[in-house]
Design a protein around this ligand. Structure first.
Ligand SMILES: [Zn+2]
Length: 259
């Protein structure tokens, strides 16, 4: 039977982020979690009748391991008729555009399990929509900054976008529900953006800019974007890869578009 992450958390009576123990939750769902050296994938799940074994890369950081367990549980609870999944680093956590992609569904399940709406949303709405706020929530929920940033943009209740670029291209992005689908982030980083500077000076992972008001045309690919402002905060998440949260604190660009 297919179950949602919310229903499992409800059955377990979880009321605080610190209580979200992924190994215990996996056990509750008849899955055992093991840690091992994996060569070809980041995590996998193998079903044996009504039970499953989840194996996670023992060399990964704890917050990524947690997300991997959540991801594999998503396959197990959502797609359990099939025999097994072998999931790459890229499949886990990286947003995908195909709505029916089983990897995206597994990631959505992991987000719902590790950062459930009823615990995450009140905290997200109480703070700013930027990297600093995402970082605080990432610590509280014991998740990676990338996964938490996506959740903050989804549930923060204000118009925002999270983007990820490397030196040559835009890797992915996500809009909050309030941002029109006609708003696309630029294909290539613009020279005056903080994100561009961080990559240019080859800043180390963890280095971040301060939240700052910048002209929206540095980020949003629309002819009149230069008339508006947007708050940018960027952070290097791995060598040569920068994550940026954009926040329309002043919503004029969106209001004007909708009129
Ligand atoms: Zn997967």
């Amino acid at each position: 039977m297919r179950r949602s992450a919310a229903s499992i958390l409800d059955e377990l009576g979880i009321t605080d982020p610190a209580e979200i123990d992924v190994e215990a939750i996996a056990y509750y769902c008849n899955a055992i979690v093991k840690y091992a050296q994996l060569e070809a994938c980041e995590a996998r799940i193998v079903a044996l009748g009504d039970e499953a074994i989840i194996t996670v890369n023992e060399r990964s950081r704890p917050e990524r391991q947690r997300f991997s367990v959540g991801h594999e549980l998503g396959h197990w609870v959502g797609d359990r008729r099939t025999g097994g999944f072998f999931c790459s680093v890229d499949a886990i956590e990286t947003p995908r555009d195909a709505y029916f992609d089983p990897e995206q569904r597994a990631n959505d399940f992991a987000g719902d399990l590790l950062m459930p709406r009823y615990l995450f949303e009140p905290r997200a709405k109480a703070g700013a929509i930027n990297v600093d706020a995402a970082d605080h929530l990432a610590v509280e929920f014991n998740c990676s900054l990338t996964a938490t940033s996506i959740r903050l943009v989804q549930l923060g209740g204000r118009p925002a976008m999270v983007t990820c670029y490397d030196r040559s291209r835009r890797r992915w992005f996500r809009r909050s529900p309030g941002v029109p689908e006609a708003f696309w982030p630029v294909r290539d980083l613009q020279k005056d953006s903080e994100a561009f500077d961080l990559l240019k000076v080859r800043a180390r992972p963890g280095t971040r800019s301060r939240p700052s008001l910048t002209p929206a045309d540095l980020w949003i690919d629309r002819r009149d974007a230069g008339d508006y402002g947007i708050i940018e905060q960027s952070i290097v998440v791995e060598d040569g890869v920068v994550l940026t949260i954009l926040w329309w604190k002043d919503e004029r660009q969106i209001v004007d578009y909708e009129e």
